[in-house]
Design a protein around this ligand. Structure first.
Ligand SMILES: Cc1ncc(COP(=O)(O)O)c(C=O)c1O
Length: 446
C-alpha cells in the first residue's frame, strides 16, 4: 500500500475557513458529524486539509468495507473513464452493468434464478423494492419495524422510524405503512414474535393486504441490534404462509460487514428481494435491487430504471470492490475484527457502569451507554474525545446513545489497536472529573 504521508505544504483553504464557507453556502439540514474537511484518504486513514491524521472507524457511514481508494478500484474507474462515462443503460447499454448484475445474482442468498436492477442511492433501492413488491403481489401495505432506517426519500422516510431529525416536519408520509416492534421482539423468542405478528394482522393490517415486510437483518442507524436466530425462521414462515414478500435491506449490513457477504446468511434468511448500496459502489454512488427472476420480471419495460442508475464508473468500481472482498477474505477479517473488539469491549462493560450493552455481528459492532440523567450525552462526548485524539466514530440508536464501528475492513491491526486505545482513554476520561466538560461541550450527536 502507498504511504499516505502528505506534502503538508499543499496550499489551500484550512478547515476553519471551509467551515465558514460551508455554513454560508450549504443547507443547514445537511448534518456534519465532524468539523474536519478531507484532503486525502487511504485504507482506513483520513488526512484533513490541516494535515491532521485520523483513523476512520466510520467509513463514510459503512460504505468502505474494502477501504478508502483501494488501488484496484481506482484503476478500474480510471480504465472505465478512458472508454466512456455515461450513455444511459436504457439507451445504449454496456457490459459492466450486465456483469455486475450477473455477479449480484450469483451472490444473493437463496436458491433460484435472480435478476438485478441498479439505482443511485440506498433510498432509491428501497423505493423500487417497494414498487416491485406491490406490483407483483397486487397488495398495498408494507410492514416495517420500529427503529428501522431506510433512507430519506418519501417512501423510504415513511418506512424510517426515528422522528428527529429525520421525519419531523416532513409529513404527510406515504400511506399503507405499518410498523412492528423489533428490538423488543429480539429479546423474546420466536414464538413471541409470531404472536406479535399475528396481533398486527388482527389489529392493524390484514395479512392478505401486505405486499412485503422490509427488514434490516441487523439494525443499522437503529443501534446495531442483531436478532436471535429464530426471529427470521418465524418471520419467513409467517410471510410465506400469507403470500407476503420479504425484503432484506442490506444496505448497511452487506458486503462482508457482518462476517458473511450478506447478513441474511447468518440466519438462513432467503429474502425475495435484496437491497444493496453503500459498499457496493466502493466509494461511488450505486444501489441495487436483486430478487427472484419471476418477481423482478413482473413489471413491464420502462417501469424501472433511471438516467444514471448503474453508471459505468460505479459498476466498474463495484466489480473491483467485490473482487477485493472475495480475494482478500474480508468476511474472515470482519469476524476477526469483531472478536477482537468484543474482547476489549466486554471488559469496558464490566469496568464502566455507564456501558449497558455490547452487541453486533462480525465487524458491525457497537456499545451502548446508559440513558439516565446527565449521562444521555456520553456517546457524543466519547466521539468528540476520540475525534480530538485522531479517531472518527459515529453514534447510532433512536436516542443516539450507541457508539458504532463501521471501519474499513482493511484497517491494519496496528491502526485498530491504536483506535481502541483512544476509545479506552476516552472512557477513562468519561469516568473521571473531566466527564462534565466532555458532556456539555461541542456539537450534538448524529
Ligand atoms: C439500512 C439502510 N437503508 C437505507 C439507507 C439509505 O441509503 P442512502 O443514504 O444511500 O439513500 C441507509 C443509509 O444509511 C441504511 O443504513
Amino acid at each position: 500500500m502507498k504511504s499516505i504521508l502528505l506534502k503538508t505544504s499543499i496550499p489551500g483553504p484550512r478547515s476553519s475557513e471551509l467551515a465558514r464557507r460551508r455554513d454560508s453556502a450549504v443547507a443547514r439540514g445537511v448534518y456534519q458529524s465532524t468539523p474536519i474537511f478531507v484532503r486525502q484518504t487511504e485504507g482506513a486513514v483520513i488526512v484533513d486539509v490541516d494535515g491532521n491524521r485520523f483513523i476512520d472507524l466510520a467509513g463514510g457511514i459503512g460504505c468502505l468495507n474494502a477501504g478508502h481508494r483501494p488501488e484496484a478500484v481506482v484503476d478500474a474507474i480510471r480504465r472505465q473513464a478512458e472508454s466512456y462515462l455515461h450513455t444511459c443503460f436504457m439507451v445504449t447499454p454496456y457490459e459492466p452493468y450486465v456483469r455486475l448484475a450477473e455477479k449480484l445474482n450469483e451472490l444473493a442468498p437463496g436458491p433460484g434464478l435472480k435478476k438485478t436492477v441498479f439505482f443511485n442511492s440506498g433510498a432509491e433501492a428501497v423505493e423500487n423494492g417497494v414498487k416491485i413488491a406491490r406490483a407483483y403481489t397486487r397488495r398495498p401495505a408494507i410492514l416495517c419495524f420500529e427503529d428501522a432506517f431506510h433512507g430519506r426519500t418519501m417512501m423510504a422516510l415513511s418506512l424510517t422510524s426515528k422522528t428527529h431529525p429525520y421525519k419531523a416536519g416532513f409529513g404527510p408520509f406515504a400511506s399503507e405503512v405499518y410498523r412492528a416492534p423489533l428490538a423488543s421482539c429480539y429479546c423474546k423468542n420466536g414464538t413471541d414474535f409470531a404472536n406479535v405478528l399475528e396481533d398486527i394482522f388482527a389489529r392493524s393490517v390484514a395479512a392478505e393486504s401486505i405486499a412485503a415486510v422490509i427488514v434490516e437483518p441487523v439494525l443499522g442507524e437503529g443501534g446495531f441490534f442483531a436478532p436471535p436466530p429464530e426471529f427470521f425462521t418465524t418471520l419467513q414462515s409467517l410471510c410465506r404462509r400469507n403470500g407476503i414478500l420479504l425484503i432484506a435491506d442490506e444496505i448497511q449490513t452487506g458486503f462482508a460487514r457482518t462476517g458473511h457477504m450478506f447478513a441474511s446468511e447468518h440466519f438462513g434468511f432467503e429474502p425475495d428481494l435484496l437491497l444493496t448500496a453503500k459498499t457496493l459502489g466502493g466509494g461511488l454512488p450505486l444501489a441495487a435491487v436483486t430478487g427472484k427472476a419471476e418477481i423482478m420480471d413482473h413489471t413491464p419495460p420502462g417501469s424501472l430504471g433511471g438516467t444514471f442508475g448503474g453508471n459505468p464508473l460505479a459498476c466498474a468500481a463495484a466489480l473491483a470492490t467485490i473482487e477485493i472482498i472475495e480475494r482478500e477474505g474480508l468476511c474472515d477479517r470482519a469476524r476477526f475484527l469483531g472478536e477482537r473488539f468484543r474482547k476489549r469491549a466486554s471488559n469496558w462493560a464490566k469496568r464502566y457502569c455507564f456501558i449497558t450493552d455490547v452487541r453486533g455481528l462480525g465487524a458491525m459492532q457497537a456499545f451502548e451507554f446508559t440513558r439516565d440523567g446527565d449521562r444521555d450525552e456520553l456517546a457524543s462526548a466519547l466521539t468528540r474525545f476520540c475525534l480530538t485524539n485522531g479517531v472518527i466514530l459515529l453514534t447510532a440508536g433512536t436516542y443516539s446513545n450507541v457508539v458504532r464501528l463501521l471501519m474499513p475492513l482493511v484497517i491494519t491491526d496496528a491502526e485498530f489497536e491504536e483506535a481502541m486505545e483512544v476509545v479506552e482513554r476516552g472512557l477513562a476520561a468519561l469516568e473521571t472529573e473531566r466527564a462534565p466538560d466532555l458532556v456539555t461541550s461541542g456539537r450534538p450527536s448524529l
